[in-house]
Write a protein that binds this ligand. Structure first.
Ligand code: AMP
Length: 218
C-alpha cells in the first residue's frame, strides 16, 4: 500500500477520504492541523500564538511545525501513512524529501485534490463539527445537515464551528494556498509523484480513484 500525501485547498475533503482509508486499510494518519489544534488546547504562550495565526488563516512557522511533525512521523514504523497538511510550501516539500531520504521512504504518491473556490467557500463556512465525537456536518448541503439543528446525529453533543472556518479567514487561507501550496503541484509533477483527483464527483467515485492510486504498484 502506498503512503499518501494530500495536497488540497481547505475543505476539499481530504479529512473524509483519510478517515475512509484509515478505517479500511489501517493507515496511520498525520494531520499537521490536528497537531496544531492540540497545541492550542494546552493554553500555553505557544498555544495562544498558534491560535492567533490559525484564526487569521496564516501558516505557522516552520520552526514550530517541522519538529512536531517529525516527532509524529518517527512514531510510525512500517505501517503505511497519510500526510494531511504537510508539506504546505516548497521549503516544507524539500524538508520532507530529506526526511524521506533519511528514513528510506520512497513508496509514496501525492494526491492533488482539484476543486473550485466557490464550492469550497460553502463547504468551509457551513462546516460544523461535533464537540465530542468530531463527526463533521455541513448546514448548506442537505446530505450533510444534522437531523436536529446543531446536534450530532451520532452522540447527541452540540456542534461547533472551527475557529478558522469563517469567510474572512477562508479568503486568507485560499490566498495562502494559491501562493504557497500550489507551487508544490509543479514540484511533485516534475518528480512524477503527482496524481490529480477531481473532488466534485460523487464521494464513491473519489474513493474509487484514490484506491486505484494507492493500490497501484508503479
Ligand atoms: P488544516 O487543518 O490542514 O486546514 O490546517 C489548519 C491551519 O493549521 C492552517 O490554516 C495553518 O494555519 C496551520 N497549518 C496546518 N498545517 C500546517 C503546515 N504544514 N505548516 C504551517 N501551518 C500549518
Amino acid at each position: 500500500m502506498k503512503n499518501v500525501i494530500f495536497i488540497a485547498p481547505p475543505a476539499a475533503g481530504k479529512g473524509t477520504i483519510s478517515e475512509y482509508l484509515v478505517n479500511k486499510y489501517n493507515y496511520k494518519y498525520i494531520s499537521t492541523g490536528d497537531i496544531l489544534r492540540n497545541i492550542v488546547k494546552e493554553n500555553s504562550k505557544l498555544g495562544t500564538e498558534v491560535k492567533r495565526r490559525m484564526e487569521e488563516g496564516e501558516l505557522i512557522g516552520d520552526d514550530i511545525i517541522l519538529p512536531l511533525f517529525k516527532e509524529e512521523l518517527l512514531k510510525i514504523k512500517e505501517e503505511p501513512f497519510i500526510l494531511d497538511g504537510m508539506p504546505r510550501n516548497l521549503e516544507q516539500g524539500k524538508y520532507l524529501d530529506d526526511l524521506f531520504n533519511e528514513l528510506n521512504v520512497n513508496n509514496y504518491r501525492v494526491i492533488n485534490i482539484v476543486i473550485e473556490s466557490d464550492l469550497l467557500e460553502k463547504r468551509v463556512t457551513g462546516r460544523r463539527i461535533c464537540s465530542s465525537c468530531k463527526k463533521t456536518y455541513n448546514i448548506f448541503f442537505d446530505e450533510f445537515k444534522p437531523l436536529t439543528e446543531n446536534i450530532c446525529n451520532h452522540c447527541g453533543s452540540p456542534l461547533i464551528s472551527r475557529g478558522d472556518d469563517n469567510l474572512e479567514t477562508f479568503k486568507t487561507r485560499i490566498e495562502k494556498y494559491k501562493l504557497e501550496t500550489e507551487p508544490l503541484i509543479k514540484y511533485y509533477k516534475e518528480k512524477n509523484k503527482l496524481t490529480n483527483v477531481e473532488a466534485t464527483k460523487p464521494q464513491t467515485e473519489i474513493i474509487r480513484d484514490v484506491e486505484k492510486i494507492i493500490e497501484d504498484n508503479q
